[in-house]
Design a protein around this ligand. Structure first.
Ligand code: HEM
Length: 517
């Protein structure tokens, strides 16, 4: 405490030189009675479990009595200087350290009063005014001491709290760091050291871009994060960062504003989690799921092919018979034979369709991602289908959000997925109708909606449509929608279907925007 603060506190208490004189005059009284005062005080503390548990044994109590003796005697010396105040602060710290709640510490003073005040009154039997003045002077000192003890408690409490926070941040399994307003590192925890290989003392003061891959710096990722944080107070993104040794780390990051004591923004803090392993596991899970589906599909495929094959075999026999009849009976025309051949042809086509769809699904090539402008992909793709729309009486309504940021996608596969949905929509409107294709931005995602005005599907059908081999169309392979879903999932997106019987069907695709947007 500064001398000015001490001065201020004594003035507030109105602790004057006159009070000091009164206290000095009590010295003989204290010398005579102090041992009894201590006994009574500690008997009281020992009769309460909360305080008794801190007074472990007799020796502690004896030692404390001695310390209290010195304390009370010191009060009768007056001169409440810096050294006195520092000593009281230290005593407060001792109580805080031994785990004595400030509550007990403060109310113990009333116990002292209860014991000492009558002694003082008895000390001045003929001068009650002086007795009162002396009691009030003692009370002022006790209040001074109590206020200093509170200072000690508060200071140590805050210190402990800060220490705890520091430990939480430092020992967190997630990377936690903070940046100043110029994007230079201010703090860097242990996990950051482990994952990025930079020690705190090396990186503090360096610009944030040392952990950002150069292409992302060039693509303006930092400015985008800053903008987002400025607008929303925080930003969340999955992206890549770079370690000291050049290794890439896939991460999810939450960036938040960092405010100073006055509430002004002084930088940003970030919590970052290494998701390389999680992504690898997700990939492996996806692969395993695909293999499981392929396994199940193989059995189904064999079944799907067996039926048309036996029908083909039967029809071939019948064609053979028909040819023989034709050879014998010249009068007969070849209509029957031609009809049998047509049905063979249609069964062969079915086998072709099933095996093609199956192969597309089973051998889905790895994505070759590039930046794709969705409006161009949809605009061009739908334009090429113009004649099909005209032939089927479908009006196309395209509602693309202007200046939609690009996505990172395999253009060919994504178009395949969308094309499946567009074809489904056309098939759902055999008498013609309206196909609406729209795009919209939703945070870090783009949402594509493909709606038809066809007959719609039931809720039970809706729940099954992404299951392989489930089809609501006669002759459908039941592989188109699972393939579409697979492609969207591989693009880290999602697909949903909404349908109202007789009210049309809408497929909603969500795809993440390219991170450099
Ligand atoms: C009127 C209020 C009190 C005063 C003026 C007072 C005074 C003191 C003083 C002067 C010390 C020595 C500190 C040092 O030199 O670092 C001390 C220590 C201690 N006091 Fe108090 N005390 C008070 C209330 C209490 C209460 C209510 C308890 C409850 C049990 C308590 C328990 C202790 C303990 C356990 C120690 C530490 C003993 C050790 O060093 O092992 N005090 N106290």
């Amino acid at each position: 405490m500064s001398p000015m603060e001490r001065e201020q506190r004594l003035r507030f208490l109105c602790l004057t030189e006159h009070d000091e004189q009164l206290l000095k005059a009590l010295r003989p009284l204290f010398e005579k009675h102090i041992a009894a005062v201590e006994d009574e005080f500690y008997d009281h503390l020992l009769s309460f479990p909360e305080t008794a548990q801190l007074l472990r044994d007799r020796t502690t109590v004896e030692r404390l009595k001695k310390l209290q003796h010195d304390y009370l005697m010191r009060i009768t010396e007056g001169n409440f200087d810096d050294a006195y105040l520092a000593d009281r602060l230290r005593v407060g710290q001792t109580h805080e350290r031994v785990g004595l709640s400030p509550r007990w510490y403060l109310i113990a003073y009333s116990q002292y009063f209860k014991i000492i005040a009558p002694l003082i009154s008895g000390y001045y039997p003929d001068d009650p005014a002086r007795a009162t003045e002396s009691i009030v002077a003692l009370e002022k000192v006790f209040m001074l001491d109590a206020s200093l003890a509170i200072d000690a408690y508060i200071a140590s409490d805050r210190f402990r709290h800060l220490q705890q926070l520091e430990r939480i941040v430092n020992d967190s399994a997630d990377v936690i760091f903070s940046l100043d307003a110029e994007n230079r590192f201010r703090t860097w925890n242990h996990a950051a050291e482990t994952i990025f290989g930079w020690r705190a003392e090396e990186i503090i003061g360096k610009h944030f871009s040392v952990i950002v891959p150069p292409e992302l710096v060039k693509a303006g990722e930092l400015a985008r994060i800053e903008d987002h944080v400025r607008q929303n107070g925080h930003d969340y993104l999955e992206t890549e960062r770079i370690a000291k040794d050049g290794c890439r780390v896939l991460v999810e990051i939450t960036v938040s504003e960092l405010r100073g004591l006055q509430g002004n923004i002084i930088g940003r803090s970030a919590i970052l989690r290494d998701i390389t392993e999680r992504k690898r596991l997700e990939e492996a899970k996806l692969q395993a799921e695909r293999l499981a589906v392929i396994g199940a599909m193989s059995a189904r495929l064999a079944h799907e092919i067996r039926n048309p094959l036996s029908s083909i075999t039967l029809n071939i026999d019948l064609v053979g018979d028909e040819i023989e009849t034709l050879a014998r009976d010249k009068a007969k025309d070849g209509d029957e034979a031609r009809s049998l051949l047509r049905s063979i042809d249609s069964e062969v086509h079915r086998i072709q369709r099933v095996t093609e769809d199956y192969l597309k699904f089973a051998r889905m090539p790895k994505l070759r991602r590039e930046r794709v402008a969705l409006d161009e992909l949809l605009g061009h793709g739908l334009l090429f289908m113009k004649s099909l729309f005209e032939a089927t009486g479908v009006t196309v309504n395209i509602e693309l959000e202007p200046s939609l940021p690009s996505i990172s996608a395999d253009e060919e596969q994504l178009w395949q997925a969308i094309l499946n949905l567009v074809r489904n929509a056309i098939e759902a409107m055999p008498k013609g109708g309206t196909l609406t294709v729209s795009t919209a931005r939703d945070g870090n995602y783009v949402v594509i909606r493909i709606s038809d005005t066809g007959s719609g599907i039931t809720e039970a059908e809706r729940q099954q449509i992404f299951k392989p081999f489930f089809s609501t169309k006669s002759g459908g392979t039941g592989l188109g929608l699972p393939l579409t879903q697979q492609i969207i999932i591989e693009h880290d997106g999602g697909i949903e279907c909404e349908s109202v019987p007789n009210g049309g069907t809408t497929f909603i695709i969500r795809l993440p925007l390219a991170t450099e947007n």
